[in-house]
Design a protein around this ligand. Structure first.
Ligand code: GAR
Length: 210
């Protein structure tokens, strides 16, 4: 199995979905650790439930962002992962973190990238009157939410939807497509090369949609 480390900041429902698939043998990964930037992240207890080593590393203990990212990189590297999975990790990462794991960091972002990089994506989709919204899995590069997109799922925006309704609809898709993309990577089918995503030796000019 592919050794991975998952970074979270909160609930960790994506981490749970990944752990469940791995437990069932549907996902060929070994989750070596779950690390949170917040000690109060609910997901840390979930990780412990699965018997996964869980740790918090607080930015408050570091002078600045680069110092924190260097410490985070050392901690993650101590588990020797072949892939780093960002699952609701709500911090902007600097080269001190991205550098050591270049080409092997995935993120899930709750919008149809390149639409709505950054925060409050569900609210922004509602305010724009979009009829569709969705979620993207992408490789992480130095550009915030700007790395090559691998797979996207679309959901409809329904009349009367609240932010919470839309978020719940998107999350059901997250729990489906994130394990799928991770399994592609585990099978050696997916790579980041020349700043693009490649699947089965073909360059993805458009993300896979599902
Ligand atoms: C997910 O919806 C994920 O797409 C989003 O945070 C949520 C985490 O949920 N990520 C971002 O907004 C990244 N900028 P979870 O903790 O239940 O997996």
């Amino acid at each position: 199995p592919l050794p991975i480390v998952i970074l979270i900041s909160g609930r960790g429902s994506n981490m749970r979905a990944i752990a469940e698939q791995a437990t069932k043998g549907k996902l060929t990964v070994e989750i070596r650790a779950v690390i949170s930037d917040r000690a109060d992240a609910v997901g840390l207890a979930t990780a412990a439930e699965f018997g996964i080593p869980a740790a918090a590393l607080s930015p408050r203990d570091y002078a600045d962002r680069p110092a924190y990212d260097a410490a985070l990189a050392s901690l993650v590297a101590s588990y020797s992962p072949s892939l780093v999975v960002l699952a609701g990790f709500m911090r902007i990462l600097t080269p001190n973190f991205i550098g050591p794991f270049a080409d092997r960091i995935l993120n899930i972002h709750p919008s149809l990238l390149p639409k709505y990089r950054g925060l409050h994506t569900h609210r922004r989709a509602l305010e724009a009157g979009d009829t569709h919204h969705g979620v993207s899995v992408h490789f992480v590069t130095q550009e915030l939410d700007g790395g090559p997109v691998i797979i996207q799922a679309r959901v409809p925006v329904l009349v009367g939807d609240t932010e919470a309704d839309l978020s719940a609809r998107v999350q059901r898709q997250e729990h489906r497509i994130y394990p799928e993309a991770i399994e592609w990577f585990a099978q050696g089918r997916l790579e980041l090369r020349e700043d693009r995503a490649w699947l089965d030796g073909r360059r993805l000019d458009e993300p896979v949609t599902t």
